[in-house]
Write a protein that binds this ligand. Sequence first.
Ligand code: DNO
Length: 368
Amino acid sequence: MRMVFRWFGEGNDSVSLTKIKQIPGVEGIVWALHDIPAGEIWPLDRIQEVKKQTDLYGFHLDVVESVNIHESIKLGSADRDVYIMNYLETIKHLASVGVKVICYNFMPVFDWVRTDLFRSLPDQSTALFYEKEKVTAMDPLELVRKIAANPDYTMPGWEPERLETLKDLFAAYQDVTTDDLMNNLQYFLEKVIPICEEYDIKLAIHPDDPPWEIFGLPRIVTTQDQLREIIKLVPSEYNGITLCSGALGARKDNDIVAMIHDFKNRIHFAHIRNVKLFDNGDFIETSHRTQDGSVPIDQIVKAYHDIGFDGYVRPDHGRHIWEEQCRPGYGLYDRALGIMYLWGLWDAYNNYNGKDVQYVTNQLEFKK
Ligand code: DNO
């Protein structure tokens, strides 16, 4: 397990690289150029700028999350090839700084959706919360108006201009079925995977969050069967998965341990976090610890250990604790606690199996 940490960039994140460096065992930064609209080529000089910043701390930039997919590609519109060509250019630029994995998603219109960003937990920390009934009753256009009215809040992969085109977008998706969406994913992968092979960058699709249809939009990355179908679309190890225990774990019928064994060689990136599920379909994010939520994090880490997983892992959303002011879900403290829980489990499984293991240290030389 190679531990990495998501960072939203200089001036765009309350957590500094200096602080991240003090979390044990973190070797790389998960990053993106968040201001570049989906479908545009990421400029080489901007990429190199991030490399310079992270080099100073000895972090690698192997994992990008996300290079977002333009809606025309998901819709299968006539102009999709233009955006696919741009995607290929971005892949080449990313290869030049040594990127190894690109995480992306194929969710129509919205990335992850929650109804409350700061819902109180019994211990007075707050966390992201999803109220199923509320989403069912919600008018998505109204939701986006609210988001756009809050200047402090940005959604990954979301540009405010999209508000204007949102109505058109909903209309465009009206007749798109899950089969169409799957075919459009296949079309995209067939064009992109050969370039990924050539430039040695693996694609890793992120599950839909929540893992069911919302607002009448189709979703195709919600279950083990769908993931199986996706990896068969293009039979190359470069067509892989970001296995997110929190996104998939919001469905009781998703067995994440089984998925780890099923998809072993195609899991290029693991997001590990916990959620507590309620009988009515609501869920709240909790600490990473198994007992605090409904997802068996200890069994998940064991499954990764059992398959000898040497891919990238990051803690995922954390609670907001100790009065931290941060991006929703992306504070320092709870994610750092999460990392220590993951390392604790991992090291315990290592010792238990009596293996001779190489550990990553914080790469700094001690001066006496
Ligand atoms: C939420 C994240 C997602 C993820 C994208 C990947 O915090 O897990 O936004 O980055 O869906 O494309």
